[in-house]
Design a protein around this ligand. Structure first.
Ligand code: ADP
Length: 221
């Protein structure tokens, strides 16, 4: 149901956003421009929420039949980096990739791994104004890999950390809204990690940055 409803909602919303954009380009009225911008921003927010809901529902429905294959972490992160190149440049953020030489491949669902790290890196960029986004991987033992996604951003207040993986939970509503957040990203992340029988930990300090530590089995068995 969620998937169907989301899909049905997307078409009219895309039309609303599209026509409002056309109207914005054609009008000269200052006041009208202001209202149109509000319409556009809010329809875009709704589209973001619907996309995340679709993804979450997709993951929940398909958790039984995930497709394990060999995932090359170097390829994965280099492809994801390309998606964010423009935003990294705009914010003047460095992207550092430091993969354990001993193992760059894991068995996992490629699509889910992409969604997992796109969400974490998207957040890292969203909540960082200067410095770097860093990916480090280490072999924890021969069966488990540890993947860290760190940023030098605003950090998460300690009291909020236990709740950030809940659906629709956001620390700062206005900030999250402004940057197109939905509060669903980390619940998608958590779900993907659970499906892969992994773990996720958070280490964060206000004003210094945030580190998400992911532990995943290297092989599916
Ligand atoms: P959102 O769409 O609002 O980013 P998420 O579920 O992805 O929602 O994250 C939940 C909340 O956790 C965010 O609103 C934000 O306050 C906080 N958060 C997530 N990642 C980071 C990060 N790297 N740095 C600072 N805060 C973060």
């Amino acid at each position: 149901l969620v998937a169907n409803v989301s899909h049905e909602l997307k078409t009219p919303l895309t039309a609303i956003a599209g026509f409002a954009e056309t109207a914005l380009e054609t009008t000269k009225e200052k006041e009208t421009k202001k209202y149109l911008e509000i319409i556009i921003n809010n329809s875009k927010r709704l589209i973001n929420i619907i996309n995340d809901l679709l993804l979450l529902s997709n993951i929940e429905n398909n958790s039984q039949n995930i497709q394990f294959s060999e995932v090359d972490l170097s390829k994965l992160f280099n492809n994801i980096k390309k998606l964010f190149e423009k935003r990294l440049k705009e914010k003047n953020l460095k992207f550092i990739l430091n993969l354990d030489e001993n193992n760059k491949k894991i068995q996992a669902d490629l699509y889910m791994m992409e969604q997992l790290f796109i969400n974490l890196i998207d957040n890292a960029i969203k909540y960082t104004e200067k410095g770097e986004i860093r990916i480090n991987t280490y072999m924890k033992d021969k069966n488990k890999i540890l993947i860290e996604v760190s940023d030098t951003g605003i950090g998460i207040p300690q009291e909020h950390i236990p709740r950030i993986f809940e659906r629709f939970y956001v620390v700062d509503k206005s900030r999250s809204r402004e940057s197109g957040g939905t509060g669903l990203g980390l619940s998608i992340v958590k779900h993907i990690i659970n499906i892969h029988k992994g773990e996720i930990l958070v280490d964060s300090k206000i004003g210094t940055g945030t580190k998400f530590i992911i532990i995943l089995p290297v092989k599916n068995n």
